[in-house]
Design a protein around this ligand. Structure first.
Ligand SMILES: [Fe+2]
Length: 365
């Protein structure tokens, strides 16, 4: 299995993981000749899909959370957004079972490096992002050895952190071009809207509610809405801030493409200790696969390879399968364990090479 840019799909590729649209399976895993759906996938905002082909045979991409659990959480969230839109009171108890399942899977898969790449359609962005933010928050919380009750509160708050976005104008939220100052101001209102929605919720702790209000605050006071600083930032908001930025950058947005994990990690490292809490950044980086299985990378000898498996002690040097030479021509595949062959390094992920320069300059909100 491997991850391929939608525009690079070829007829001999078979879809390896479902593609969802509005909570329903849009294309089912096992679909052959997936390239005939390229245009439709691009229209949906799905820029990458997981496929099976000969070159990636035998490569497995383990996940910390199953597809079923992710989608169960997204379904409950979708229902909650509809309830809020109808001005009805929300019932956070609905999240208890799916959030517990999420927690249990993350605890059970403690030794699995995260290689989550959400391939939901663009209209599902907020739901996919909220669930991923909860997943990354739990991974950080687990690294910090938080007790189970606290992890549960953290996950509930993280999954609901952006509910206030329901009150934003979707034309602004999904705008593909640069936002005006007034539009920026509107977006920056969502933490307050989220808190207004959650503040009277029963069965949600105060710490969990505060996540919605404080997840865009930054350690150095450059965040919003209150420009809190240092010790004023609660533990949960420090955790969710890192999880939120990590997912925002590593997923496709309407205004820019996803960044490859190694670039996201570089970016987080730059913000670590200034805007973001270095303990939380270190906890997450430790658990993510810098070059996830099934992604294509360029090696220092000019050839191209697929990542086969991870070397947890050296995340920058996984086991790779070389599939194309420096002229991009297919070759008879061979395997290199980069932990043993220290003369060769990964110089870039294919995703990084595909990233347009403009995308690299765009800043996250
Ligand atoms: Fe947010």
């Amino acid at each position: 299995m491997r991850l391929v840019l939608t525009e690079n799909l070829t007829p001999e590729m078979t879809l390896a993981r479902n593609v969802y649209k509005m909570g329903c399976v849009y294309l089912k895993a096992g679909q052959r000749n997936i390239s005939k759906y390229s245009e439709r996938l691009k229209d949906l905002g799905v820029d990458y899909v997981y496929i099976h082909d000969e070159a990636s045979e035998g490569i497995e991409i383990p996940e910390v959370v199953s597809e079923g659990t992710r989608h169960k959480c997204q379904d409950v969230l979708r229902e909650t957004f509809t309830t809020i839109e109808n001005n009805s009171p929300i019932d956070v108890n609905m999240f208890k079972t799916p959030v517990n399942t999420l927690m249990n899977e993350i605890m059970y898969n403690n030794d699995v490096q995260v290689s989550l790449t959400d391939i939901s359609s663009m209209d599902e962005y907020t739901f996919g992002h909220s669930v991923s933010t909860a997943v990354y928050s739990l991974i950080i919380g687990q690294e910090l050895k938080l007790p189970k009750e606290q992890l549960q509160e953290l996950a509930m708050g993280a999954i609901l952190h952006d509910v206030g976005k329901v009150r934003l104008d979707s034309r602004v939220l999904f705008k593909e071009t640069k936002l005006t100052d007034a539009e920026f101001e509107q977006i920056r209102k969502h933490p307050e809207y989220s808190f207004e929605i959650l503040k009277y919720c029963r069965n949600l702790s105060n710490d969990a509610k505060m996540i919605s209000f404080t997840h865009h605050e930054r350690l150095d006071g450059t965040g919003y809405p209150r420009h809190l600083k240092g010790d004023q930032l609660p533990l949960f908001s420090r955790i969710v801030a890192v999880a939120d930025v990590y997912d925002a950058l590593s997923t496709n947005r309407c205004y820019r493409n996803a960044w490859p994990v190694n670039k996201v990690v570089d970016f987080l490292t730059k913000l670590s200790g200034t805007e973001l809490d270095n303990e939380m950044v270190a906890a997450l980086i430790k658990k993510v696969a810098i070059f996830p299985n099934g992604t294509e990378v360029k090696l220092s000898d000019g050839s191209f390879a697929l990542v086969v498996s991870q070397n947890a002690q050296m995340p920058f040097r996984p086991v790779v399968r070389v599939i194309r030479d420096a002229d991009m021509m297919p070759i008879r595949p061979y395997t290199i364990d980069l932990i043993k062959d220290l003369n060769i390094t990964i110089v870039a992920s294919q995703m990084e090479l595909e990233m347009e320069e403009e995308d690299q300059k765009k800043i996250v909100i």
